[in-house]
Design a protein around this ligand. Sequence first.
Ligand code: 13P
Ligand code: SF4
Length: 366
Amino acid sequence: MVRLQQVLPERYTTAPEYELAARIGTAKGKLGDRVLVLCHHYQRDEVYEWADATGDSFKLARHAADHPEVPFIVFCGVHFMAESADVLTHDEQVVILPDLNAGCSMADMADTEQVLDAWDDLDDLCGTDRIVPITYMNSSAALKAFVGEHGGAVCTSSNARAVLTWAFEEQRAEKVLFFPDQHLGRNTAVQLGHSLQDCAVWNPHHEFGGLEEREVKAATFLLWKGHCSVHQRFTVDQIERARAENPQVRVIVHPECAHEVVRAADHVGSTEVILRTVTDSEPGTAWAVGTEIHMVQRLAANNPDKAVASLDPLVCPCSTMFRIDAPHLCWALENLADGNVVNRIEVDSATAHWARVALQRMLDIT
Ligand code: 13P
Ligand code: SF4
């Protein structure tokens, strides 16, 4: 989705790194405890160093919800994370995303019109009474609202298992319609003891998801055809190569990776789980990590007693997370310190109501 980020004045774009750091420090100092800077693990170091709290998307959402006393939250992450923070905070709290173009290509793969069409198609094919929609946190507030209104919940990479269990046990789902990451959906279904044959991929660009009626009826999991372009680069070949180079290496990947990669890895988990697992491992341990490169590089730097490397030597950064840089953070904080709110992320109240229902169900489940 294209959002319009204004071009920053030259005093931000041409300032050297050390000057920006000093100015960020001054603005943050001036704002004191009126501002909370939240940083996702994929952020660059020049931004991450200013975090009041860091985490995966679940931890950051919970952190925002747990701080009703802070008037300003500067969210260094991507758009859906800032939207969720806005939904989970009260109306007077202001959530700011330093660069409006920091979206998520996976979240953009499920737009509301397509989702409504899919729901109508499913109603025609098999009825929707026993279908529970579950959306990954990486989705628009509008999709979260759809899910909330239809008896479903949000999940993240750290609680997908618990949320899907809730859908089947508490909501008595016969089927789950899972948005937008087919890989997290499939990986979690298998973790719960289902087979790959229980999963069918719903392609929103085709009528009836490109599926036959009998395929829809037979599936327990209808997985939206979405993916993360960063995580789908990891392959089983890379795992085999890492093991050939060092048979002791331990492979840890994010659940947005393809199922065969997750199956071949030693560990799978959210960014926070990856951080804790590597950090808490024995000195001398070697790790091949399948997630975004800024996080892997920081893990390597912070764990000099271990050998930490990316599973893919040519891995790209998440280009949208990368948009948040020191100039944009400085611009957002200096404006705030001068009393100007820039780049406020505000979800309209009708959408926020149902999105909050879906997010709150997740918080209650986990
Ligand atoms: P986490 O919730 O594990 O931080 O994942 C968010 C994300 O966007 C990974 O690509
Ligand atoms: Fe979205 Fe992938 Fe970037 Fe995560 S890494 S924010 S899923 S594009």
